[in-house]
Design a binder for this molecule. Structure first.
Ligand code: NDP
Length: 297
């Protein structure tokens, strides 16, 4: 593309941010749509989120993707919050509105639901086991609860965080254990276990063919959990779908144009392959300390 004075700019802010997949994903979709838009990554040190928003206004930046450690601080600073961002107290997307107000959104949970739809899964009425209770787990729990699932059991190492996460689902949320994993229609790994390793986030013998098994971890794409799910004949959903769809929602919020999710996924796969992160679990040159928090999920 040719960058001109008319090029619209969006950013991804985080710390660290240089390994974020967001520029590759978004710029691929801008190019596929022939849009004169560009995403760049901005390293914003912890504590500087309000200054980043002031800079966004000053530079006329059209939108931001927000990643660690700024999601909570941005939620506390923008002018409006969508229901998911308000429930979570976390924002992963900022949109500069025509009147100059900054609108905050959380697109992770909706991105996860879209990845389920891609796999032909309707979550309504399902019994769900969510492994993990961190930011990603809470996004998924909030969206699943809004989409009519029957029950959500949160299985987490730290019981206090499990309780907070389960409460997001109201009456259908409980703190669970192994029996809830075995009884679930849909098992979701939202812990960071399996990221760059062959570790599994639960006892794999609990999986069975009637289940849908989803992993939010996307490097490797085929985690130990997904491989075990596939081996027993369960339907599996990888984590790249969520990453791509939450980005597609972001881009729609910024541009008003539905992006080409296929182009986004292809760009993400190429970028991961270039970094040596394949389906075999090897992480190549990707530093373990930087990548999981460098995407706006
Ligand atoms: P957080 O740090 O907020 O949460 C991490 C979770 O993993 C916690 O529940 C934590 O348990 C659990 N955990 C970590 N290590 C262990 C361990 N050794 N044993 C047991 N439990 C453990 O991270 P996020 O929620 O932001 O991210 C979680 C994962 O989801 C990451 O791998 C991230 O890359 C991925 N992700 C994927 C997205 C996508 O679009 N596909 C989007 C966002 C995240 P405890 O509470 O006890 O500490």
């Amino acid at each position: 593309m040719t960058i001109t004075g008319a090029t619209r700019v969006v950013g991804v802010i985080g710390s660290p941010v240089r390994h974020s997949l967001s520029p590759a994903i978004h710029n691929a979709a801008f190019a596929a749509a022939g849009l004169d838009w560009l995403m760049v990554a901005f390293e914003v040190v912890p504590g500087a989120a309000p200054a980043a928003l002031a800079g966004m206004r000053a530079f006329g930046i059209a939108g931001l993707a927000v990643t660690m450690p700024h999601k909570d601080a941005i939620a506390a600073t923008v002018d409006t919050l969508d229901p998911a961002a308000a429930a979570l107290g976390a924002v992963n997307t900022v949109v500069m509105q025509p009147d100059g107000r900054l609108a905050g959104y959380s697109t992770d949970g909706a991105g996860f639901l879209a990845s389920l739809r891609d796999a032909g899964v309707d979550p309504a009425g399902l019994k769900v086991a969510v492994l993990g209770a961190g930011g990603a787990a809470r996004s998924v729990i909030d969206s699943l609860a809004r989409s009519g699932v029957g029950r959500i059991a949160v299985v987490n190492r730290s019981a206090d965080r499990a309780e907070v996460a389960a409460a997001l689902a109201g009456d259908i949320g409980v703190v669970g254990g192994s029996s809830d994993i075995a009884a679930a229609d849909l098992v979701i790994n939202a812990t960071s276990i399996g990221m760059g390793t062959h570790d599994a986030p639960c006892d794999l013998a609990l999986l069975h063919p009637q289940q849908i098994v989803a992993d939010l971890v996307y490097h490797p794409l085929e985690t130990a959990l997904l491989a075990a799910g596939r081996a027993v004949g369960a339907r599996v959903v990888d984590g790249l779908g969520m990453l791509v769809h939450q980005a597609a929602i972001q881009q729609f919020l910024w541009t008003g144009i539905r992006p080409d999710a296929h182009a986004m996924r292809t760009a993400a796969e190429h970028e991961l392959a270039a970094r040596g992160v394949g389906s075999n679990g090897r992480r190549g040159s990707l530093p373990s300390s930087s990548d999981p928090r460098a995407d706006p999920g």
